[in-house]
Ligand binder design. Structure first.
Ligand code: Z5A
Length: 219
């Protein structure tokens, strides 16, 4: 059994996080690494119910503070009931978005006090941060085009371009401040190339045996 690792994926809409997450899961599986693939908000029945509330375009207003608290409520449940047990069982966890998203969306884009987010993060997961975060970086219009070609817009996707520019800038600033954890990957190339770069960006975390020739096919 390999040492458990917590990996997160971040980026603006349509950056390709879900696509890369699936490719990483397959590549790790080929290397004998058991992976829990999950997402935020969501990942457990209760957290998915909160996701539905957060993403639905209803008539009732959810202000930025309430949105932040709901994100962390979902995260606390997700950590307790899914992420921590998986890590304790020795699995790798690949999570599509985590607390960096709260700093980018609720903090930078919605204007929530970063000290509040610091406090909530310390309360909910002071002991657990991702070993590696892959920031899939893409010009905002390209990501929006990809995302909007796919499905009807949710409560976040209806935001204007400047909202997502603030998200992107915040992500890049966080990566510059913590380059050991947050690796920026250009998400413009074709899917296979982006996934190959993502795998390379976590290669140092893999057990040595899985990197030997024959230890797994490239993705
Ligand atoms: N949110 C928040 O505000 N605060 C928080 O703390 C957290 C989340 C945790 C979750 O919605 C929303 O919650 C999110 C932020 C907020 N809102 N927004 N907006 P979501 O999970 O539905 O949305 P998302 O996280 O942005 O995922 P996404 O739109 O599904 O994008 P993606 O996962 O990055 O992309 P994808 O599904 O892999 O790919 C999108 C399309 O592009 C698809 O058709 C692919 O086939 C295509 N694609 C992917 N890669 C490529 C490449 N390389 N080239 C060409 N086409 C590609």
């Amino acid at each position: 059994m390999s040492a458990a690792r917590f990996i997160t994926l971040e980026g603006v809409e349509g950056a390709g996080k879900s696509t890369v997450a699936r490719a990483l899961q397959a590549a790790l599986h080929q290397r004998g690494v058991e992976v829990l693939l999950t997402r935020e908000p969501g990942g457990t029945p209760v957290a998915e119910a909160l996701r539905e509330i957060l993403l639905r375009r209803g008539t009732e207003q959810i202000n930025a503070a309430a949105e932040t608290l709901l994100m962390f409520a979902a995260r606390a449940v997700h950590l307790d009931n899914s992420i921590r047990p998986a890590l304790a069982a020795g699995k790798w966890v690949i999570c599509d978005r985590f607390t960096d998203a709260t700093y980018a969306y609720q903090g930078a884009a919605r204007g929530v006090d970063l000290a509040l987010i610091d406090r909530l993060a310390a309360t909910v997961h002071a002991d657990l941060w991702p070993a590696r975060t892959l920031l899939l970086d893409l010009p905002v219009p390209v990501g929006l085009q990809r995302a909007r070609a796919r499905a009807a817009a949710d409560r976040f996707e209806v935001q204007q371009q400047d909202f997502f520019e603030r998200v992107r800038s915040a992500y890049l600033a966080r990566a510059a401040a913590d380059p050991a954890r947050i690796r920026v990957i250009d998400a413009s190339p074709a899917e296979a190339e982006v996934s190959t770069r993502a795998l390379a960006a976590i290669a140092d975390l893999l057990p040595a045996a899985s990197l030997r020739p024959g230890g797994g096919a490239p993705i």
